[in-house]
Design a protein around this ligand. Sequence first.
Ligand code: ADP
Ligand code: MG
Length: 252
Amino acid sequence: MKSLTINHLSKTYFDPYAAKHVTAVQDVSLDVPEGEFVAIVGPSGCGKTTILNMIAGFLPASGGDIIVDSRKVSGPGPDRGVVFQSHALFPWKTVLENVAFGPKMRGVGLKEREEIARDYLALAGLSHAAERYPNELSGGMQQRVGVVRALANEPAVLLMDEPFASVDAQTRMTLQEELTRIWQARRPTILFITHDVPEAVFLANRVVVLSKGRVLEEVEIDLPRPRSWDAMMDDERFKTLSARVLQLVRAA
Ligand SMILES: Nc1ncnc2c1ncn2[C@@H]1O[C@H](COP(=O)(O)OP(=O)(O)O)[C@@H](O)[C@H]1O
Ligand SMILES: [Mg+2]
C-alpha cells in the first residue's frame, strides 16, 4: 500500500544554548491513505519540518513509529520522495537528466528512464525545457522541475515542505493549480507541509492543524475538483473552510 501512517510520533531536541531538552513533536498520529492529499498547516516553529524529516528518515524519532508502504521507516529510502523550498537540482545535468536521475538510481535503463522523465515533464508542461540546464530557468520553473523529479521516481509517498514558499505570489498560484491537476491525473500519495492556510485548503483533501508539536484538529476539505483559483476566490465553501482553518491556526 502506498500509504503513510504515523503512530504516536515524538521528537525531543537538546538545545545546547538553553542546556535543556525541547519537545518539538509530541504524540502525533496521522494517516495518509493511498492516493490522498493531506496538508499539515501550522505556525512557524510548531514542528512541521521536524515531522517531515523524521518521515523522510533524515532525523531519528524520539518515540513512536512511521509506516510507509507497509514497512517501518528506519532511514531514508526511495519509497519517499522529498521536495523542499529550495529545489536542489543538479546544476551540471539537464532538466531531463535531473528528472531521469531517480529512475537511474533504481536501475532503470536509459531509454525507459528518459521515457518516464519525458512523460512527467509533459504532464507538468515542461517538455520544452527538457534539454536546458537549471540555471537557465526561472525560480518557479526550477521548483516545478524539482516536483517533477520527485514524482518521476514514483515514490510511495511524496513529502513536500513549503515547496512554493520562495516563489512570487502569482507563480505560486500557478504551481498550486498545476500540482492539483497532476495529483488528480496520477493520484500520488502526498503529505504537504505549509504555514500558508489558503494554500493548504486549496490543495488538500484534509488539513491537519499542528500546534506546538501536537495535532490540534483535522479539517476535511470537501471542495470539488478540479480546483482553480479563479473559481475558488468566489467560492463560499472555500471561504468558510479557510476561515475555519485560519481560526485554528491563530488559536494555535
Ligand atoms: N536541530 C535542532 N535542535 C534544537 N531544536 C530544534 C532543531 N530543529 C528544530 N528545533 C526546534 O524545534 C521546533 C520545531 O521546529 P521546526 O520543525 O523547524 O518547525 P516548523 O517547520 O513548523 O517551522 C522549534 O522550536 C525549533 O526551534
Ligand atoms: Mg519548517
